[in-house]
Design a protein. Structure first.
Length: 688
């Protein structure tokens, strides 16, 4: 049951696609307050044991209680605990307790969610202006509310199956030979690999939709050479367009008036990687069509996937910002002894990037409606990705193109996935990744993942291995790191066997993971869930944040502490522990409901199979193109007949509803014994 309320005259975000009737009643569940300066805000009194889920890509725990979050897409690579904004703005929360209710604040500008920060039991939702929509969702449980929400916002983007392979990235592989070397070393060490990323240095002077002739002289041939080895190249596309005479994207953007403008009608400019750039007005439908059509040049070279970056939009500086800082410096009293003045001086320069004042100084032409950027800030990255997604529908109508973005808003989940931006090689960021995945699923971002091993800082071998052991289960499994950090390709830490083994586990799980992902997309469901969503009556399970349900058959409990030989795991029911050392080397143990200490070395991955569930595994392979999905091994934990319906398709076309996409694996009684039945060849049955 969903109720919709409209305040003021909100800008259409297209986040919600389902027709929902406007409620004429006063808002339910929330207490509406108008402050003395006319601002509308809402409060909600939480019960002591209420849990608050949601907010997608946000800092801190799965339960958002106890902190304050600001939905304002922010390029900040230092995700320390006190940060309130990350790259996405996902304004959906679910309060789960005696009363369960979902709240979606559909507002394109900043919204603050104070969830027990100012007052312990109080939620305060503070939109930054009075033009927004609110949806209130009632349901039987938090999970039920999430499913209704997902129905409202429409089917999530579906990635091609190859994007479930392991992917290697680095800022940047600078030329063809460096890429060749990466691929060769992976192949020599028998570590499976499906994609290599091209970060900004593949371009000519960081100009979107160009390829450096010097470093990638025969790009199309090179893309094909890599394809022959089962490798896809995935180039980055940045939001800012370099200001350079003669550069077609710049010239056309100016000619058609497709860049964001200052109040005086001139094209707004800010510094990003290429130096000074203009920002395409993605909120304008013609500009979107134009920018989207530019992806063609790379698609024509055989490219099948992209990542959209710097689209909060990130700005390193503007001339206006520098001028103000310099002016401040000119007027600075060099004889002052006030410490506060030195800090003020420092802030003038430290605050040059992503300045609020700059966001307030340019405008969009939303098909005739001129709006100031800060009032629609959270839609920018969303609409860059929408531009690409809509273009792919015409440029490659029958093919799934990999697309994910850094910045996002709910609604963008229909056009692409996300990666969670510039994390660090910190153990705490592995834990943040674990806690964030179910929240992203709640908001529709199913194809998602973090930079495995961490983007900034120097990664260690054990952190890389533990992070990969979790990354096996995230749809986007990509190792990415920043320029200047210690190399973290899987062959950079000496002996490679452990890396090969861990990634081989991923490859034997791909049919199951892809199936659970596709079913979740097709049914507006979650692939990665909090344990409490599957065991709502289990009070202890309600508090668990570091174990996750992956699809219908398994639970995981990743190890995220340095030097830990294992960890405590709570089993909400009897489960079968499968301790993977590689795709084929495993140990099994049936464990009773309750708390257990599970030992797992850095090269081991514990997986828990639920009672009366089965897990299909295929043989591992060096890449998804060479996967053999005709033969399976089944691990099942049951003493009765059970069935698993696996979704399987060609992984690239869009024939989602074809009945042939369903394969059933069953455990049946055959002549007094339980045996496995399937249209696939079952090479081994491990029954417990
Ligand atoms: C941004 C991205 C990062 C990328 C870098 C250079 O920081 O988040 O992934 O490597 O830009 O393009």
């Amino acid at each position: 049951m969903v109720k919709k309320y409209i305040y003021g005259n909100p800008i259409e975000t297209n986040a919600v696609v389902e027709e929902i009737e406007l409620s004429q009643d006063p808002i339910q569940y929330l207490n509406e307050i108008t402050t003395t300066d006319g601002q509308i805000l809402f409060t909600y009194l939480m019960a002591d044991d209420d849990i608050v889920y949601g907010l997608g890509e946000a800092n801190r725990g799965l339960n958002k209680r106890g902190y304050i979050y600001e939905s304002f897409c922010t390029d900040d690579p230092n995700h320390t605990e006190e940060k309130r904004s990350l790259y996405g703005a996902h304004n959906f929360i679910v309060i789960s307790g005696m009363i369960s209710v979902g709240i979606f604040v559909d507002a394109p500008s900043k919204v603050t969610f104070d969830i027990g920060y100012t007052a312990e039991n109080m939620i305060k939702i503070i939109p930054s202006d009075n033009n927004f929509k609110v949806y209130i969702i009632e349901g039987k449980s938090a999970y039920d509310i999430v499913k209704q929400f997902r129905q409202m916002i429409g089917r999530s983007y579906m990635a091609p199956r190859w994007a479930f392979g392991f992917q290697q990235s680095r800022w940047s592989y600078g030329n063809e030979d460096e890429v060749r070397e990466v691929v060769k070393t992976y192949r020599e060490n028998n570590i499976p690999l499906d994609a290599v990323y091209l970060d900004i240095d593949y371009m000519d002077s960081y100009k979107d939709f160009t390829v450096s002739e010097e470093r990638f002289p025969n790009f199309k041939e090179f893309v094909e050479e890599m394809r022959q080895q089962g490798i896809r190249l995935v180039p980055i596309i940045d939001a800012g367009v370099k200001i350079e005479n003669g550069y077609d994207v710049y010239e056309e953007g100016r000619q058609y008036q497709f860049f964001c403008k200052r109040a005086d009608g001139s094209d707004f400019a800010a510094g990003v990687w290429p130096g000074r750039t203009h920002f395409p007005d993605f909120l304008n439908s013609n500009a979107r069509k134009w920018f989207g059509s530019k992806y063609k040049v790379l698609l024509d070279s055989g490219i099948e996937g992209f990542w959209n970056d710097m689209n909060e939009p990130a700005m390193f500086f503007t001339n206006e910002g520098i001028a103000e800082a310099v002016d401040y410096l000119r007027n600075f009293d060099f004889n002052t002894n006030e410490p506060g003045k030195f800090f003020e001086l420092k802030d003038q320069f430290n605050g040059l990037a992503n300045r609020q004042k700059d966001y307030e100084s340019f405008y969009h032409n939303m098909d005739g409606n001129i709006v100031r950027h800060d009032t629609v800030h959270n839609l920018y990255g969303y609409h860059m990705t929408r531009a690409a997604g809509e273009a792919f529908d015409t440029l490659a109508p029958d093919k799934r193109i990999l697309m994910f973005s850094r910045s996002s808003y709910i609604g963008m989940h229909r056009y692409g996935g996300i990666w969670t931006g510039d994390n660090q090689s910190w153990w705490s960021h592995l834990l943040l990744n674990i806690k964030m995945m179910p929240s992203l699923n709640m908001c529709g971002f199913l194809y998602s993942g973090a930079d495995l091993g961490g983007f900034g800082s120097h990664c260690t071998r054990d952190l890389m291995l533990r992070w990969l052991a979790f990354g096996i289960f995230t749809p986007l499994m990509r190792n990415h790191s920043a320029i200047g950090t210690r190399r973290q390709e899987c062959y950079s830490f000496g002996d490679t066997d452990a890396f090969k083994n861990i990634i081989s586990i991923r490859y034997s799980l791909i049919p199951y993971l892809y199936s659970e992902y596709m079913k979740a997309c097709l049914n507006n469901d979650m692939m990665i869930k909090p344990v409490s969503f599957e065991y709502p009556a289990d009070n202890f399970a309600r508090s668990i944040e570091d174990q996750l349900m992956i699809g219908e058959s398994i639970m995981i409990a990743p190890i995220y502490t340095q030097n830990a030989p294992g960890r405590y795991v709570y089993l909400p029911e009897d489960m079968l522990l499968v301790l993977f050392k590689s795709s084929s080397q495993r140990r099994y143990q049936i464990l009773k409901k309750g708390m257990h200490y599970i030992s797992a070395a850095v090269d081991e991955v514990p997986v828990f199979i639920r009672r009366n569930k089965l897990l299909p595994l295929c043989r591992t392979s060096e890449c998804t193109d060479r996967m053999d999905t005709s033969m399976f091994e089944i691990i099942a934990y049951t003493d009765e007949s059970i069935e698993y319906e696996m979704y399987e398709d060609d992984g690239i076309s869009k024939d989602y509803d074809n009945p042939n996409n369903k394969v059933s694996f069953a455990i049946r009684e055959i002549g007094g014994n339980l045996g496995a039945v399937s249209s696939k060849t079952i090479v081994k049955l491990s029954l417990f």
